[in-house]
Design a protein around this ligand. Structure first.
Ligand code: SF4
Length: 235
């Protein structure tokens, strides 16, 4: 039977982006196709200690089946399907979500290198986090893939969320990318987030990123879970 390999499954508050503050069941898959230097979940992939927070320790993971998903769908109304990169398992999620009859919300957190799935299912939302040069992935931006999310942004079912690690460089790169994607101004205000990188509750970059949001008419995202619990796993 098909299974997804998870690194973590836990109940907490969504800490970032448009649904911040919402109680959610988190399903964090093991594995990622990118290698961000500031990745805050390196235990999903970082055997070499590439990321700033990497220790070289990678979770072994555990199998999660459709039966588990069905059981969870009876108990939870809001799923955050994250990683690692959850869309490494696109075909499985597509099948599983289609086979669940409920009105839960399924929010995928993706790095924007895989196209959207379940585009006709109003329960499905995406928070897409394209990786800028400061992530250490110089070729991670996939314009054609990101364009495929634009119709869902118009529907209020997809958002862009940029992790800002180097405000000076990132600001210009974000602006240029939004121009290249032809994201309308009103969507930049409602559906484009900038969020400070960091796992310290003080979030040292927060004010700088907030100023960036004000300057450009983008939306600021805090990191509620980091403010509340620091870098604690399962929160
Ligand atoms: S895309 Fe996400 S999970 Fe993958 S390395 Fe970057 S921050 Fe980590």
């Amino acid at each position: 039977m098909e299974k997804v390999v998870l690194s973590e499954r836990f109940y907490s508050l969504q800490g970032e982006g448009p649904f911040a503050g919402t109680p959610a069941l988190f399903l964090r898959v093991l594995g990622c196709n990118l290698r961000c230097v500031w990745c805050d979940s390196p235990y999903t992939w970082d055997r070499e200690g590439v990321s700033r927070y990497g220790t070289g320790e990678v979770d072994k993971g555990f199998a999660y089946s459709f039966r588990d998903f069905l059981d969870d769908a009876k108990k939870y109304d809001f799923f955050v399907i994250t990683g690692g990169e959850p869309l490494l398992y696109s075909k499985i999620w597509e099948k599983w979500v289609r086979n669940i009859e409920n009105d839960a919300i399924f929010q995928f957190e993706t790095n924007g290198t895989f196209p959207p799935i379940l585009k006709d299912d109003p329960r499905v939302h995406f928070v897409v986090s394209p990786k800028l040069k400061s992530s250490g992935n110089p070729d991670a931006l996939k314009l054609d893939v990101l364009k495929a999310y634009l119709p869902l942004m118009e529907e209020g079912r997809a958002y862009l969320k940029f992790v800002v690690a180097s405000p000076r460089e990132d600001e210009g790169e974000i602006g240029a990318l939004l121009d290249a994607l032809k994201v309308p101004k009103r969507l930049r205000l409602l559906s484009v987030f900038v969020m400070p990188e960091g796992v310290e509750p003080t979030l040292p970059l927060a004010r700088e990123v907030a100023e960036m949001a004000l300057r450009n008419g983008w939306r600021y995202s805090d990191r509620l879970h980091v403010r509340l619990w620091g870098n604690l796993r399962g929160r």
